[in-house]
Design a protein around this ligand. Structure first.
Ligand SMILES: Cc1ncc(C[n+]2csc(CCOP(=O)(O)OP(=O)(O)O)c2C)c(N)n1
Length: 714
């Protein structure tokens, strides 16, 4: 790894791709500012009582007032941090932490992971030079401090909002965002690719992948480390270990013990007295950073290699990765020292720096909260109390969990599986009721699917609850391990369709397309929460093949629930007509049926009565219903909140094969546009997608030959 630690002169290329407002370089009079340590700032003695250094470290009063951040105010890009002393960097970290809490209290977003990496981010940007050096944030939910230090502070109030900053790193947003993320465990593969590209292109930059202990549970991370060890490519992996492998909402009782053997191995490394004894021995090992042991800084020796497993080296060493750790991830001085040493080493190969941090660090309400305030809505900074809107109905997720519990009460073969998402999938409720029958497998969707296949092969009834977008990762397992063998695994696909603030990485656009092309899969979508409960019951009853049902993010519509919240199995492949009219039939699939009904009501105000049907099934299609609609109407419009190639394609395929397209029928398919839709408010997204009730009404009117009236809806 070549040394390139020289100071980078600000130049045009350091600006992000999007031009953001902010102080210009010429006004940067605080550039060489010394830390104020809580008394005053250099530009006029602003008293900073909210952030001060005391004997036992930095103290921040979260009063809700905008904290004075004199040092942070002087940093617009990492280049402005290069000359700061350790004390300055510590102060910068304290100001950054106060700033994040203040901003996120007004916007909502991912809080505690960002708070946990404040010191890490400061140290990385002090030592390395982005954008030439590449920092790759795994998942990316911890990148708020990185965004603030790379020219986006003035736009942080827009984060996750329509047209605002994205909640995750995004290459389009800044040249300091080396790699886009949202899904976990990609950073080492991407980093290795960049490091190999650097070598082939004869460049000299550094590559640093930052990955959490949760993200490290995925197979992809091991595949990448195995390859990195084999290639012996120079790169740094920072393992951010906060002992939160699953999201802290995995159980209703707060953070559970981390799942998986890796976390216990990491704990062993941290606790081992052998580790300390072997510290000295480590100096004699042959492969050392920088060649000679005596050249290695004392600080690095202190964190010398963890040598505790039977063969005398850690799991990472076995994979060919030089291990340093565990390091206190909140100690800026140690982090800087280690990064500088590793950076200066000419050819260390892949190096892992294992740091230990605390999620929510430095913000007492987050540290104390059962969910660590992982993802928050707006909150009161003094107490951390979130302003959660009161809703008349529960989320679809909760209705799913409730229905599954009811089924499991009478069928003990039902088991639940999720991939580190107990809270997100609602299986934390199931886990509370049936702790022995719920499996959190870590962030390992591929394993979750094949594990469920194994359970099904032995006669159990597994419900694999995975977000639509995360199941993309387990697709070969769905096809090869489940569908091909006709094993009755039930897939509950949450977050189907547009998802609002999380944006395109989490958007469930593709599941209908990728599930309904599988020969044995039964593919369903409920139009409301009561239907969801019936589909849970239907999935229990389908025991000779795989099945899936998709449901959206957000709350139910207030549908009348089945008695005791226990659904009744539906007839497979049968839809239903909701309202009858003439000339135009709309066939909706999934929760978008509600927009179709709204469109029918809008059109009624113009004396146009249309038929709306709820397809319920994409596979098998209700061909009788489709024939009836086609025979009785001039126009058929299918509507779904999914990508091209889904329900509408199945309908048109059937129509063309059966000759029903050979006459005068006008057929239209309304689907998500063939592009990614940015994060934003759900209503903005549905408008952008062209799937709102107004768009549906306008489509009807234009097909009826009333283009002017259609325009009046837009
Ligand atoms: C493929 C995939 N599955 C699930 C998730 C949901 N998810 C987001 S963060 C997270 C936990 C990540 O843990 P870790 O990497 O340790 O970071 P921490 O949250 O502890 O900072 C999970 C499960 C995801 N982003 N990607």
């Amino acid at each position: 790894m070549a040394v390139s630690g020289s100071f980078i002169v600000p130049k045009q290329s350091l600006c992000p791709r999007i031009k953001y407002p902010g102080p210009s370089y010429s006004t940067r009079k605080l550039f060489y500012l010394r830390a104020s340590h809580g008394s005053s700032s250099s530009d006029g003695g602003v008293e900073n009582k909210l952030i001060r250094k005391e004997k036992d470290g930095w103290k921040i009063d979260y009063s809700g007032e905008k904290p004075a951040t004199p040092l942070l105010d002087s940093i617009n890009y990492p280049v402005h941090m290069k000359n700061l002393s350790t004390q300055d960097l510590e102060q910068l970290a304290a100001e950054l932490r106060a700033d994040i809490v203040h901003t996120v209290s007004k916007t909502g977003g991912h809080l505690s992971s960002s708070l946990g990496v404040v010191e890490l981010t400061v140290a990385l940007h002090h030592v390395f030079n982005t954008p030439e050096d590449k920092i790759i944030w795994d998942v990316g939910h911890q990148a708020y401090p990185h965004k603030i230090l790379t020219g986006r502070r003035s736009l942080m109030h827009t984060i996750r909002k329509t047209s605002g900053l994205a909640g995750f790193p995004k290459r389009e947003e800044s040249i300091h965002d080396a790699f886009g993320a949202g899904h976990s465990s990609t950073s080492i593969s991407a980093g290795l690719g960049m490091a190999v590209a650097r070598d082939l292109l004869e460049k000299k930059n550094h590559v640093i992948s930052v990955i959490g202990d949760g993200a490290m549970t995925a197979g992809m991370a091991y595949e990448a480390m195995n390859n990195a060890g084999f290639l012996d490519t120079n790169m740094i992996i920072v393992l951010n270990d906060n002992k939160q492998v699953s999201l802290p909402t995995a159980t209703l009782d707060g953070p559970a013990n981390p799942v998986g053997a890796l976390s216990s191995a990491l704990t062993k490394i941290q606790a081992s007295t052998e580790f300390r004894k072997l510290r000295e021995a480590a100096k004699t090992i042959t492969k050392q950073i920088g060649g000679q042991a005596h050249e290695v800084a004392a600080k690095v020796d202190e964190y010398a290699r963890g040598m505790i497993s039977a063969s005398g080296s850690t799991l990472f060493e076995e994979l060919g990765i030089y291990y340093i750790g565990p390091v206190d991830g909140h100690n800026v001085e140690d982090l800087v020292t280690i990064f500088e040493r590793v950076k200066a080493a000419p050819a260390p190969g892949p190096v892992m720096i294992h740091i230990v941090t605390e999620k929510g660090k430095g913000y007492p309400p987050a540290e104390a909260a059962p969910d660590k305030m992982h993802g928050v809505v707006k909150f009161e900074p003094r107490t951390g109390k979130q302003f959660k809107p009161k809703a008349a109905t529960l989320s679809y997720t909760q209705y799913f969990a409730e229905a599954l519990i009811k089924e499991a009460e009478v069928d003990e073969r039902i088991v639940g599986i999720h991939a580190a998402m107990g809270g997100g999938t609602g299986l934390n409720y199931f886990q509370k009721r049936f702790p022995e029958r719920c499996f959190d497998v870590g962030i390992a969707e591929q394993h979750a699917v094949t594990f469920a296949a194994g359970l099904a092969a032995e006669g159990l009834k597994p419900f694999c609850a995975i977000y639509s977008s995360f199941l993309q990762r387990g697709y070969d397992q769905v096809a090869h391990d489940v569908d091909l063998q006709k094993l009755p695994v039930r897939f509950a696909l949450d977050r189907a369709g547009l998802v609002g603030a999380d944006g395109p990485t989490h958007c469930g656009a593709f599941d209908v397309t990728y599930m309904a092309c599988l020969p044995n899969m039964i593919v369903m979508a409920p139009s409301d929460e009561a239907e969801l409960m019936h589909m849970v019951a239907t999935a229990v009853a389908i025991d000779d093949r795989p099945s899936c049902f998709r449901f959206p993010r957000g709350n139910g519509i207030g549908a009348v629930l089945p008695p005791n919240n226990k659904g009744t199995a539906l007839e497979i492949g049968k839809g239903r007509i909701l309202t009858e009219g003439s000339r135009v039939a709309i066939l909706g699939y999934g929760a978008i049926v509600q927009q179709c009904m709204e469109a029918a009501n809008l059109l009624k105000t113009r004396d146009i009565a249309i038929t709306v049907a709820d397809a319920r099934f994409c596979k098998p299609l209700d061909t009788d219903l489709i024939r009836q609609l086609v025979n009785e109407h001039e126009i058929l419009i299918t509507v779904e909140e999914g990508a091209i190639g889904g329900f509408g394609s199945h309908v048109s395929h059937f129509l063309s094969l059966s000759g029903l397209l050979d006459g005068s029928l006008k057929l239209r398919s309304m689907v998500l546009p063939d592009r990614y839709i940015d994060h934003g408010a759900p209503q903005d997204q549905i408008e952008e997608a062209g799937l709102s009730s107004k768009h549906i009404s306008a489509t009807v009117l234009s097909l009826l030959g009333k283009p002017k009236e259609a325009l009046s809806f837009m």
